[in-house]
Design a protein around this ligand. Structure first.
Ligand SMILES: NC(=O)C1=CN([C@@H]2O[C@H](COP(=O)(O)OP(=O)(O)OC[C@H]3O[C@@H](n4cnc5c(N)ncnc54)[C@H](OP(=O)(O)O)[C@@H]3O)[C@@H](O)[C@H]2O)C=CC1
Ligand SMILES: O=C(O)[C@@H]1CCC=N1
Length: 269
């Protein structure tokens, strides 16, 4: 028997997940989507052959509900859903900050809830998704969540107490790398390179460094030291990064992201 999965609030993350599931072999006929705007629902139907439904229909029909609305919209969505979610439905939240208890308090007693923080590289099947069980989620529920999010990249189980930190590191993580590429491209302009050339050099350097980090098994310090020749160019750049407190800035930035994730916990701020 096929298992139906519904993505509720199919925006950027919901669509990234949906498209990855289809690339990984899920049958579009087993995938339901909900959207706030009818034209968005039709866009998803046209693009993927999935079936748009209302939130209550999704709750009644699908075996697994994946909620991918913004944290601030989660309370409203749950008000709409709660009367229609039968006991035993697996509910997966993809929202930043909101704890599994938030869902457990609003849904039928005993509802299994799994919290997942993924990231936008899901669009290219290179996501990092961290997965935590709520009170009533079993090993089988976690395995099912891993199967779904495994379609778009790596998964890792973490205690829910680490979710806000993971949101700061990997949920928001791609943005920091994009920001770095943007800033380094600006440096290329300052040094007199055309923007498109600077962009190409930086992007390929980023890809090369990322593959080495993933595949070499070497510590990042060793990889960085291999680039840093005595009395060479790199050490002069590193000294400036240290002088400008870039390491401390990154630590403070990720701490701020973690704190904001904690603030989102209520779903209405
Ligand atoms: N963007 C990212 O990098 C990441 C985001 N997340 C989390 O994923 C979630 C979604 O983020 P993102 O995809 O960026 O946001 P989007 O705004 O792109 O997607 C949310 C979608 O939900 C729709 N929506 C809101 N309320 C309802 C409702 N009641 N019924 C049906 N649809 C509804 C919105 O409709 P409308 O278009 O009309 O507003 C929108 O399309 C957030 O909780 C975020 O914390 C997690 C990891 C990474
Ligand atoms: O910025 C945000 O709140 C979301 C969650 C993680 C990445 N984007």
């Amino acid at each position: 028997m096929s298992q139906k999965v519904a993505v509720l609030g199919t925006g950027k993350i919901g669509e990234a997940l949906l498209s990855g599931m289809i690339r990984a072999g899920w049958a579009p006929a087993d995938l339901l989507v909900t959207a706030r705007r009818p034209e968005r629902a039709e866009e998803l139907r046209g693009r993927y052959g999935v079936t748009p439904v209302t939130n209550p229909e999704a709750a009644k029909t699908a075996d697994t509900l994946i909620l991918t609305v913004k944290p601030q919209d989660m309370g409203t969505l749950l008000d709409e859903l709660a009367p229609h979610v039968p006991a035993g439905r697996l509910v997966i939240s993809g929202a930043a900050g909101i704890p599994t208890a938030f869902f457990e308090e609003r849904l039928t007693a005993g509802t299994p809830v799994v919290r997942v923080m993924t990231n936008t590289p899901a669009l290219v099947d290179e996501a990092m998704s961290v997965i935590s069980a709520g009170t009533h989620a079993t090993a089988a529920h976690l395995a099912h969540a891993e199967e779904i999010f495994g379609a778009v990249g790596k998964t890792l189980r973490v205690p829910e107490s680490q979710q806000d930190a993971c949101t700061a590191l990997s949920g928001s993580g791609p943005a920091y790398f994009f920001y770095l590429v943007e800033a380094m491209t600006d440096a290329g302009i300052l040094l007199g390179l055309p923007r498109d050339k600077a962009h190409e050099l930086i992007v390929q350097s980023a890809i090369g460094a990322a593959v080495m980090l993933r595949d070499s098994g070497e510590h990042p310090v060793k990889l960085r030291e291999n680039v840093t020749s005595p009395a060479g160019t790199t050490i002069n750049a590193i000294r400036e990064l240290e002088n400008h407190g870039v390491r401390a800035a990154l630590i403070a930035a990720l701490e701020a992201a973690r704190d904001r994730s904690r603030e989102l916990a209520s779903g209405n701020n």
